[in-house]
Design a binder for this molecule. Structure first.
Ligand SMILES: [Ca+2]
Ligand SMILES: [Ca+2]
Length: 340
């Protein structure tokens, strides 16, 4: 083989061994940066999709055969993976459901049923289940706890075969960590079902004992199934009952300066909302139900309430978004005015 570079005949000056080494070197120079780039991308994706990986999210059941027209329930459960004690005040997941299934409903399970926020959009469901107000966030266990009950129906025209259900985003906010509401979730485990044409019947072996009565087979025509309209359903619990409201006395002691320094120009106080980071959305120096309602409508409205021109008033951790994390900031302050 002769490699020609311009007029210089390189091939004649290199041994076969040297040529192979050169080609390998070129391969490394090209492949290595590409590999590093791809690994980086993957890590970035993982970072966005999950938290500290201490609480796993799984479907129950995770597998099984489903026949056309069948309606069936699936739980979503949280499992503690870490050794340390973890309490959760809220869980938010978005799942993607095989287009062989129609999503009928999603219901938050107690005690995570204070503010059920359910959004069904085509084959995607977003579920947010927060701890009931006035209830202590439960200690999570390795045995698992159901927080959502999903209900599906296999479409009447679904093709036979695999029908996966996967998590596209997860968040489990840990309760009781001062100044934070860390996301302790993993990215969640997928479930995979198999669509079959009909209920499995006994194989037609001719000789069964005389007493065995044949199992009646289903009539071949299954009830016609409604075509799913791609509506977006948002279900919010209309009322919340809040038991004994702790009187959060705004203890703001006026700092008495002993020496009245001759102030030349009085500047306004830099922050007129000192309790913002603790959950005071309306800046009235009190953390109360009204702040919760502002958080709720801004959470649903992506930072905007229809009755206000000011946005992100409930962004208590100042990350530019109103999320489940901000709910935990408010909840913690509301139930423990001392801050913990
Ligand atoms: Ca307030
Ligand atoms: Ca925020």
């Amino acid at each position: 083989m002769n490699l020609e570079f311009g007029n210089h005949n390189l091939g004649s000056n290199l041994t076969t061994k040297q040529k192979i080494s050169l080609l390998m070197l070129l391969g490394i120079v090209i492949v290595l940066p590409l590999g590093l780039y791809l690994v980086g991308q993957q890590q970035e994706l993982r970072k966005r999709a999950e938290g500290t990986r201490e609480v796993d999210l799984r479907f129950d059941p995770t597998t099984g055969e489903k026949y056309r027209g069948e309606t069936f329930p699936i739980f979503i459960k949280i499992f503690k993976m870490a050794q340390r004690s973890i309490k959760a005040s809220g869980i938010q997941v978005t799942i993607n459901v095989s287009n062989k299934f129609t999503i009928n409903s999603a219901v938050c399970q107690p005690p995570f049923d204070a503010l059920p926020f359910i959004k069904i959009n085509g084959q995607s469901v977003t579920v947010m289940c927060t701890i009931a107000l006035g209830v202590d966030p439960p200690e999570l266990t390795a045995l698992g706890q159901a927080f959502t009950l999903l209900n599906f129906t296999v479409k009447s025209d679904a093709e036979e075969g695999d029908a996966p259900i996967t998590f596209t985003s997860t968040r489990v906010t840990e309760a009781g960590v001062a100044g934070q509401a860390p996301d302790v979730s993993t990215g969640g485990q997928p479930a995979s079902f198999t669509v079959v044409a009909l209920i499995p019947t006994l194989s037609p072996t001719p000789t069964i004992s005389a007493s065995a009565t044949p199992i009646p087979t289903l009539s071949p025509t299954l009830p016609p199934f409604e075509t799913p309209t791609p509506t977006i359903t948002v279900i919010i619990s209309p009322t919340i009952t809040i038991s004994p409201i702790p009187t959060s006395s705004p203890t703001i002691s006026p700092t008495t300066l002993l020496t009245p320094s001759p102030v030349t120009s009085l500047t306004p106080t830099p922050s007129n909302c000192p309790l913002k980071s603790e959950g005071d959305a309306d800046c009235n120096n009190s953390i109360d139900e009204n702040d919760y309602f502002i958080w709720k409508c801004e959470f649903i409205g992506n930072g905007k309430c229809s009755n206000s021109t000011i946005e992100n008033r409930a962004d208590f951790n100042q990350d530019g978004k109103v999320t489940l994390t901000d709910f935990e900031f408010w909840r913690r302050s509301f139930y423990s005015p001392q801050g913990q």
